[in-house]
Write a protein that binds this ligand. Structure first.
Ligand code: NAD
Ligand code: UDP
Length: 319
């Protein structure tokens, strides 16, 4: 296939490029570098089946030649209000990537008769009142809170994707991605894993926001990419959760990171680390992914961290 990947210079997008090239496909990558980096795809420049265009997906997209699949991954994704790369500080760009970007990429899929896959998110469930989250749970989202720019743009993107499937017959898929980590996740993007690893490797206390009793479930990037590829090859049109169901509190997560890295500086509680309402519990129910795709994560947190730490050490000049 000839596959268009938006957000190709980002964390997940660049891993997807690697994986689909390794499978023998041709990849056309698109990115405007608003939160991604050239470094993530530097190794692909010059590859004979990889082409890259710097382009903002909020603007009309024209791709010459036939496209067989479109994977729309372009969007700021970090909720950290202190990060310049977070969607709090890129609110309009985030809404445009989810709304106009999804419209434009669906338009490409329709024009080319291509299959389409949307990178959606567990944030469509907001601060969920149902636990674990199944795909038929409609969510608990504040439409005007600071997170709304991300949550509602993804909810709009899902609705638009289903409209193109139902009314234009476009062959669409929706992946609801839960917290994923691994090499190439930007050290400065403010999400919990890069923050904690940076602090731990520099021998600083880990900044746990609130009381640390909020939970998350962390999936290693290779597992996630395997799920995305299986979904792309499937015929499933309704949303599918992709994530690791192993749930833990952020405090437990911090303790694991300190243990694995040998950091003796401990933990600092930051009561107002997140001024907005922080989702209290998050855990995917992956029954649909297991049944439809035969997929479940295989890489433990310890193994995933062991594969990730060398990347951050290098970034910090420690290796
Ligand atoms: P990322 O910031 O590393 O990657 C996003 C990429 O999209 C960046 O390279 C950025 O420059 C690009 N981009 C943003 N707006 C653009 C625009 N208007 N035009 C062109 N390119 C644009 O983040 P990520 O973690 O790799 O996330 C990728 C996708 O997966 C996002 O859609 C995100 O919502 C989704 N997602 C990620 C996670 C996760 O845990 N990593 C969880 C849920 C959903
Ligand atoms: N968090 C934290 N310390 C940090 C960064 C994040 O305790 O330095 C917490 C944050 O409050 C949230 C969880 O870690 O409860 C996950 O945050 P992240 O930014 O990775 O993404 P989210 O899952 O909220 O979308």
């Amino acid at each position: 296939m000839r596959i268009l990947i938006t957000g190709a210079a980002g964390f997940l997008g660049s891993h997807l490029c690697d994986r689909l090239l390794a499978e023998g496909h041709e990849v056309v990558g698109l990115d405007n570098f608003i939160t991604g980096s050239r470094e993530n795809i530097a190794h692909l420049m010059g590859h004979d089946r990889f082409t890259f265009y710097r382009h903002d997906v909020s603007n009309y997209i024209f791709i010459g030649g036939k496209i067989d699949a479109v994977l729309h991954f372009a969007s700021p994704a970090s909720p950290n209000p202190t990060s310049p790369f977070g969607y709090f500080n890129l609110p309009i760009q985030t809404m445009k990537a989810g709304a106009l970007g999804t419209h434009n990429t669906l338009g490409v899929a329709k024009a080319h008769g291509a299959r389409f896959l949307l990178a959606s998110t567990s944030e469509v469930y907001g601060d969920p009142l149902v636990h674990p989250q199944r795909e038929d749970y409609p969510g608990n989202v504040d439409p005007v809170g600071p997170r709304s720019v991300y949550d509602e743009s993804k909810r709009f993107a899902e609705a638009l994707t289903m409209a193109y499937y139902r009314y234009h017959g476009v062959d669409t898929r929706i992946a609801r991605i839960f917290n994923t980590y691994g090499p190439r996740m930007d050290l400065e993007d403010g999400r919990v894993l890069p923050n904690f690893l940076k602090q731990a490797l520099l021998g600083q206390p880990l900044t746990v926001y609130g009381d640390g009793q909020q939970t998350r479930s962390f999936c290693y990037v290779d597992d996630l990419i395997e799920g995305i590829v299986r979904l792309l090859y499937s015929d499933e049109h309704l949303p599918v959760n992709l994530g690791n169901p192993q749930e833990m509190t952020i405090l437990e997560f911090a303790e694991i990171i300190n243990r694995i890295t040998g950091n003796r500086a401990g933990i600092t509680f930051v009561p107002n680390g997140r001024s907005e309402r922080d989702p209290q519990r998050r855990q995917p129910d992956i029954t649909r992914a297991r049944t439809i795709l035969g997929w479940e994560p295989k890489i433990s947190l310890e193994e995933g961290l062991a594969r990730t730490i060398p990347y951050y050490k290098k970034k910090l000049g420690l290796a």
